[in-house]
Design a protein around this ligand. Structure first.
Ligand SMILES: Cc1ncc(COP(=O)(O)O)c(C=O)c1O
Length: 368
């Protein structure tokens, strides 16, 4: 049986619902890694109550949003750049800085590569292995770093779910500085991790650093992917350079307003962390019990599973799950992975139970 090409990303609920004749509301989306606790209480009212401001242009400088992010990340207003999702910032960084040679630590989020291709650059890949717990060899990367101008590293990494120890980040940062390589560190999922895994590079960042850019998506933690919002921390001159040729009013009014509201709501982050901590352990334990499944220990809000030993492919499992109205992420289009890998977001207990029940039925039914 031939399979359709895997979608470039999880979360295309519209396509999935249409294809299977479901209503969007009845689909359980395990393919996008979004906070299952929904957007912060009060956010809807905040947006609705400010609706009349739609008649004004938004603040072109994102003053309040930048101030809020700067306070949270303990830096200055000038060191913050906002984007329409972290993905907008990835493209801005690549298209504005135009690195000639780029290295990407794989398997990882595919947009780093796609952004490079828009400027005609075919990036090189350093592919980590599950057998090494997806850990980076500093010796290996250190021996090639001087031939690159930009390095992408995702921490915690999507889709593998591992974090890199702070010693690795520190040393990598030192080596990037020495070799004049811009290190783009994507911390979009870092807020979901336990304190001992929360290895942020923010503590390393110094105002005059022009080789470190730290990305933070706001769409995942605050469950607002439909709104599009992300920020990055970087040197103020770099921020100016990145912002220089963007269209004015780049971040719409409601996204700015939502950003301020969400970032000032630290309770959501704390509640989410303890919720995810319990649920990810529950799902991980459940996945481990499924015959032939090898889940990788997760640090954020999603789990990568190697299904090879079950005798099923990721595609066949995902196709069967669709009958249960469940969307899963087949990972065969991640560089370094293949059709043996599936990724599941961690959701609420009722949904997690539905996933585990469906998976057990699919695997035990023997249909391949
Ligand atoms: C590692 C990583 N960074 C950034 C993004 C994009 O986030 P945003 O929705 O803020 O554009 C994603 C989306 O899946 C991601 O996995």
């Amino acid at each position: 049986m031939g399979f359709e090409k895997t979608a470039p990303h999880g979360g295309n609920i519209y396509n999935f619902a249409k294809k299977h004749g479901y209503h969007e509301q009845e689909v359980i989306d395990f393919s996008a890694n979004i906070n299952p606790l929904k957007y912060p209480a009060g956010l809807k009212e905040e947006i609705i109550n400010s609706f009349e401001n739609i008649k004004h242009y938004p603040d072109p400088d994102c003053t309040e949003l930048k101030a809020m992010a700067a306070e949270l990340y303990q830096t200055h207003w000038e060191n913050i750049i906002a984007g329409n999702g972290a993905v907008d910032l990835i493209y801005t960084i690549v298209q504005r800085l135009r690195p000639k040679k780029v290295l990407i630590v794989q398997p990882t989020f595919s947009e780093y590569e796609k952004a490079c291709k828009t400027i005609g650059v075919e990036p090189d890949n350093l592919i980590l292995k599950g057998d090494d717990d997806w850990q980076l060899s500093l010796q290996e990367i250190g021996s090639v770093l001087n031939s690159y101008e930009m390095l992408f590293l995702c921490n915690p990494n999507n889709p593998t779910g591992n974090t890199h120890p702070i010693e690795t980040i520190k040393e990598l940062y030192r080596q990037c500085k020495k070799n004049k390589v811009v290190l783009v560190l994507d911390e979009s999922f870092l807020d979901f991790t336990r304190e001992e895994d929360r290895n942020t590079a923010l503590n390393l960042f110094k105002q005059d650093d022009d080789n470190l850019i730290i990305l933070k998506s706001l769409t995942k933690m605050f469950s607002i992917p439909g709104l599009r919002l992300g920020v990055a921390v970087a040197n103020s001159n770099l921020v100016k350079r990145l912002e220089e040729f963007r269209p004015p009013w780049h971040i719409n009014y409601f996204a700015q307003r939502a950003g301020v509201y969400c970032l000032s709501n630290s309770r959501v982050v704390a509640e989410t962390r303890s919720f995810i901590e319990k649920e990810k352990q529950f799902v991980y334990d459940g996945l481990k019990k499924i015959t032939g499944f090898k889940p990788f220990k997760p640090s954020a809000n999603f789990i990568l599973v190697d299904v090879r030993v079950s005798g099923h492919s990721a595609h066949t499992v995902a196709t069967s799950l669709a009958n249960y109205r469940i969307m899963a992420r087949v990972c065969d289009n991640f560089i370094g992975l293949d059709d043996n890998f599936l990724r599941f977001a961690v959701k609420k207990r009722e949904e997690n139970n539905k996933l585990l029940t469906a998976l057990n039925e699919v695997i035990n039914s023997g249909i391949k």
